[in-house]
Design a protein around this ligand. Sequence first.
Ligand code: PLP
Length: 387
Amino acid sequence: MAAALNQNTNLWRIAPAATVIELQTIEWFKTIFKFPQQTEGVYSSGGQFANMIALSAARQYFCQDVREKGISQLGAKLRFYVSDQAHYCHRQALELLGLGTKALRIIPSDDNYRINLDLLTTAIKQDRETGAIPAVVIGTTGTVGCGAIDPISELAKIAKQEKLWFHIDGSYGALGILAEKAPSELHHINLGDSLVFDPHKWLYSPIDTAVTLVNHQGLLSQTFGNQVTYLEPSLSNQDSFDFVNLTPENSRPFRAIRVWLPLIARGINAFKESIENDFMLAKYMASLIDQHPSLELMTPTVTSIVCWRYLPTHQLTLERENLLHRRIIEEMAQRGIACISQALLHSNIICLRACFVNFRTTSDIVQEVVNKSAEIGQQIYEHEFIN
Ligand SMILES: Cc1ncc(COP(=O)(O)O)c(C=O)c1O
């Protein structure tokens, strides 16, 4: 529908209804995540871009004159902290923001793939001692590899003590908050200065639907707003609101309708049920893998991501085992069984990964994928890995 309408949503005066719909869905999300009233939000294409918007706002917060002067001496000293499980988009954002990857401190994760808080506080201290300026700590609610959730409440405390901006990358997992038995850390998401989440992941929206929320009124327009003649606000409605000022996009599609219409049509409970079902399917899959003699569950199943490996009868070198798993993934896709993805654990172990964000997946499909991964694993092992 959005594509057929081909509605640009940069200005209220050319898209009043779309603007009101976008504002309304942003209000709904603020309620869902319990963000304070002054929070502002904007849609963009995906988590990658939405995180860049949030980190741009954080940069603006610390360097008020960055738009005029570029990265000053102060800007060059800013440091950002993220776990080794975080998505690469944060590194890319710092590259694009001119801060460079040297501004990013990658903190090792613990046995449950969550940021190690002791190592984080040590890194902050070390940076202060060397004259750098600790600025932003990034927590992930649902890491891309295994769906781990960083200790959000503890990170918020550290951020407060150290006067850091607390950004939460909930691209994949934040909307898990809608489930009745959502992991408790998700209920602390409102402690973030900014949050990113992808309706195109766990709200089943079409691709190209991500949201950034920023809990600092006016900061997004300080970061991105422009006074340009052809983008002048409405003359007739002094209260009109122009999304073009909250984002680096000028022409922008009518993304909010992909959230608004299904929520109006189906009601929030339909989404809650589907998300709960995804949690349930992940737990079911983990239990099948756990019971299977030739499969091994590799990570705790905290959200709706399951990581596992096929266990060959005789141990192979890590390099050969990784190759075996890449072949299993390829073969499962080529035989039309499933497009499972791969996760890299402890920076060197490749495993099979399933992420449940599709309301059409059933427990029969899960069973089939588990059994076939073992069967195909064995076939490939016997044909290609033993002489
Ligand atoms: C934690 C996390 N951050 C960012 C992204 C990037 O999101 P997108 O693919 O929507 O740009 C992903 C994608 O999987 C993710 O899982």
